[in-house]
Design a protein around this ligand. Sequence first.
Ligand SMILES: Nc1ncnc2c1ncn2[C@@H]1O[C@H](COP(=O)(O)OP(=O)(O)OP(=O)(O)O)[C@@H](O)[C@H]1O
Length: 762
Amino acid sequence: MTDTIRDNEQQHLDLVLKELDKKIVETGTRISRAKDNLKEAEKGWQDIRVKFSDFNAVVETGASVHAQQQILAQRERDQSQAEVQMATLKKLQGRPYFARIDFIDQSDQAAQKETIYIGLASFADESGHFYVYDWRAPISSIYYDGALGKIDYQTPDGTQTADVKLKRQFEIADGVILTLFDTEEAVGDKLLLEALSSDSSTKMKSIVTTIQREQNRIIRDTDSDLLFVQGAAGSGKTAAVLQRIAYLLYRYRGKITSGQVVLFSPNQIFNDYVNEVLPDLGENNMIQMTFYQYANYRLPKIEVQTLAERFESENDPESVKMTDFKGSLPFFKAVRRYSEHIGRSGMSFRNLMFQGEIFFSSEEIAEIYYSFNSNYSLSQRLEATKQALLRKTMGRISSEMKKRWVDIAIENLAASDLELMLGDPDKREFESEKKERNELAKKIVREALKPVFRRIRRGIFMNPNKLFLGFLKAVPTLLSLDQFGIQPDEWSRACDRSAADLADGKLNLNDTAIYLYLFDLVNGHHGDRSIRFLFVDEVQDYTAFQLAFLKFSFPKAKFTLLGDLNQAIFTRTNASSLESAMYQLFDPDKSRTIKLTKTYRSTEQITDFTSALLTDSENIEAFAREGQKPQFIKGNAAANLVKILKDNLADELTTAIITKTAAQAKEVHEDLLQAGTASTLITLENQRLVPGTIVIPGYLAKGLEFDAVILWQVDNRNYSGENDRELLYTVASRAMHRLTILSDQEFSRLFNQVDEHLYEKI
Ligand SMILES: Nc1ncnc2c1ncn2[C@@H]1O[C@H](COP(=O)(O)OP(=O)(O)OP(=O)(O)O)[C@@H](O)[C@H]1O
C-alpha cells in the first residue's frame, strides 16, 4: 500500500472524526437541553389544580393531568433519544469504521463510482451525507458477500446489483490507521487470522468485522420460517446468530423490540458468556433462557429436572429408550389426539373444598363439564364450566348463611368488625335483628367464599397431575409401543416412575414438556403470540417433542435452530429424527438449511484431531491456523495436571479442566488446592465464568471455548460406550490453541480409530 493512499485515508479518517466530535458536542447540548426541558415540564404538576367540586371540575382536572403526562412523556422521549444517539456516536469515536467499498450501482444510469465506509452504526450529517454506513444496511452486505465484480444484494425493494471496484479493510485504534489493505476476497484471511489468534475470554466477542459469506447468509435471512444452521463445533453458529439478532433488530426497528426475540441456550453459563455481544453492537439483549428455566417458570410448584440430573439419568439404557419414545413427534401428536378425546371423557378434576368439606365434588364438576354440547372446544367447555360453577356458588350463599359456622363467626365478631361490616352504629337502621344477622351472614359467607371463587376462575378444580398420568396410561391405546421397541411392562414401569416423581413434586424434562403441552391444550392456551423470532442453540440436545412444543408455544415466531448433530450429548440416537421432525413441523417451502463446514475456534491440529473422533464426520474444514498437536499424557494424572497448568500459564493460556461429572470436578479442584494451584470450580449452572483456570464438568462446557483444555481421566471408565463419543468430541472441541488428554490408565477405546499422526503421546 503506498504512503499516499495511507495519507489520504488518514486524512479522511481525521475528517470523519472531526465531524463525529462536532456531533458529540451537539448531542451533548441536546441532552442537557432535554434534561432542562424535562425538569421544567415536571414543574407543570404544581400548576394543576385538583378540583372535585362538580362533574365539570373533575373532567377539567382529568384533562390537565392527561396533558401534563403527555408533555412529560414527550420530554422523556426526547432525552432518551438523544442519549441513545450519544451512545452510538461514542461507540464510533476512535474507530468509526472498519472497511471501505468502491462500487458502481448497476441501476445508476450515470454509472458513477460511489465510495462508502462501513462501521458499527450509521453516521450522517444534516444534509443526509453518510460518513459511515451501518454494517447491517442493505448495501453493506456486499462487503461480506463476495470478491470484486458484480454482486447482488437484497434491499426492501428487491434485489440490486453493484459492481465492486475496491474493497479495503482497516485496523483503526484511537483515531489512527494501524493497517489497511485491499483485498479481493469476501473478508480477507489476514484479518480473520488476527481475530482468531486472540486469546479466549470469559465473554464472547462480536465478529462484525470478519463475518464470512456463509454466515452473512444466515444473518440476513428474513424469508425463512425455519432456518436450520448445521455446523461443526466452532464453525461460528453462535457467533453468526448473535449477529443475526442484531441484524433483525435493526432491520425491523420500530416494529419489533429485543423483548420479542427469545434465545434458548444450552445452560445458564452460556447465557452469561454471550451476553455482551449485543450491547457491544449497540442493541439491547434479547430474552435468554434455558428450556429448564422456561419449564420451571411455567410450573413453579413442580421441581423440574436439572441439567446435571438429566445428564446422569441419560446413562440408564431404559431412560434413553424412553427419551426416544416420549421425545418423538408421534408422541407429540398422540397428546393432541388424547386432548381431542377429552372433550368426550377422561378429564380429571379435584374436589373443591370449603370449610373443610367438599363443596363441589370432582364427580359433580365432571358432570357439569360434560353437560355441554359435544362440539364445544376444550377452552369453551372450560369457560362454560367455570361460569356454571360460579353461578352455583352464588346460589349456595343463602344456604351457607344458615350454617352453624356462620353463627360462630358472627358471635366472635368484635365491635370494630361489626362497625366495619355494617357501618356507623348511629346510622344503622335495621328493621329487625334477623335482618341484621342476615346482612352480617351474607358478608361473612361472601368473604369466606372468595378463595372458592378465585379457584374456580383460575380453573384450579382441574387435576392436571391426574390428567397427565391418565394420559400416560392411555398411551398404549394411542401408539404402538412395539414400534419403539418398548414392552408393555417397561411402559407401565415408566408410568409408575412418573407417578412417583409427581407424588414427590418432581418431573423429568421429557415429562415436563408432555405435561405442559397437555395442560395448555385442555386450557385452550395458544402460546405467546408476541414473540417474533426464536433461536435455539444446541438444538441437537432437544427432542422432536420439545421442538414441536416450542413451535406450539410461540406460534408467531420465525425459528432459527443451530445445531451440530455430532454433539448430541443428551439425546444421542434422536439426532436424525430431530432433523426429519424439523421439516415436518415447518412448511418445506419456507425452510432453509445452511451448512457451515469451516471451523474457526481451534487450530488446524486440534480440528483435525477432534474430527477424527467422529465416526461420521462430514467434511469439516479447519481454518489454517497452526498450533501444537493434541498431547496424550499417561501416568500420574494429578501430577501431570499441575505441570501442564504451569506450562499453560507460562504461555499465558487460560485453561479449562473438563471432567465427566460434577463429582470429579470437585475432586480435581480440591486436589489442585492441596497442591497450591488456584482454580475456580464450576458445577452449578448459575455460576459465572471468571478469568483464570476453571474446572468444569463436560455438560456445562457446551458452547464455551478456552485457550487450552485439559481433559481429565479419558479412559474406559469415563468414556467407554459409543454413546460417549459425541460428548468426547464436544469437550475436546472446546480447545482453541492447546489440548491435553490425561489419564492414569489406558486411554479410552474411542481413540482407537484416530490416526496416530494426529496427536503426540508423551
Ligand atoms: N467470521 C468470524 N470471524 C471471527 N471469528 C469467528 C468467526 N466465526 C466464528 N468465529 C469465532 O470462532 C469461535 C467459535 O464460534 P462459535 O462459538 O460461534 O461456534 P459454534 O459453531 O457455535 O460452536 P459450538 O457448536 O462448538 O458451540 C468463536 O471464538 C468465534 O468468535
